[in-house]
Design a protein around this ligand. Sequence first.
Ligand code: ATP
Ligand code: MG
Length: 232
Amino acid sequence: MKLIEVERLEAFYGDMQALFGVSLGLAEKECLALVGANGAGKSTLLRCLVGLNQRVRGAIRFDGKDIVGIAAEKIARSGIAMVPEGRMLFAELTVEENLTMGMLTKRTGNWTLPRVYELFPILAERRKQMAITLSGGQQQMVAIGRGLLSNPRVMLCDEISLGLAPVVVGQIYDSFRIIRAEGMSLVVVEQDINRALSVSDRLICLLKGQVTLEARSADVDMTRLTAAYFGE
Ligand SMILES: Nc1ncnc2c1ncn2[C@@H]1O[C@H](COP(=O)(O)OP(=O)(O)OP(=O)(O)O)[C@@H](O)[C@H]1O
Ligand SMILES: [Mg+2]
């Protein structure tokens, strides 16, 4: 059984349909990269998985249980965490206060505050500073740390490298090796195709709300991926 199974998912914003029958699976400990052009529906899909988009049809099963219509807080407590696009930190709270927000799920596991500080030592130095005073890369580390502190079984990361310097992006993706070693499953939305391929086991491309390619990352054919990404 897959940890997450999505079947014929359709999502709507008012009358506007954003997803058209998306089906996919995520295995335990797997890292899935999700790619696609602007507006393809990547963020919408992630939002559906964490219960932030209630206007859906189809099925989403997490650990065998259908979670469509379940409140976002309950889904978070059951073990799916989101690192949202734009990070969504509380600007006027400290680094540590933002991090501890993740603990509101009351899930226990390997991820503790000291372990997050070990993963991102700069955050330990800045723990008393307001989040707004951090660089973009450091803020992204806080958003990831907050996700880890909810000790999820699956973490969904939406465009975590957007607007960051290459060296910082490298540091953040290096941390994924340690995160994966703890047995967490990941879904990573990433603009940089090579980065997406190198971090993941499997890749799914969305175009206009539909899956246009699904392949093992090691086997992806760039010509087919380009066609799947842009359409014919
Ligand atoms: N809050 C919203 N209200 C109305 N339409 C929305 C909303 N959010 C997204 N959409 C629309 O849904 C479709 C999918 O958008 P989504 O943000 O999921 O795409 P994306 O693949 O994440 O794109 P990007 O790469 O720009 O982040 C787009 O047509 C978008 O305009
Ligand atoms: Mg998006």
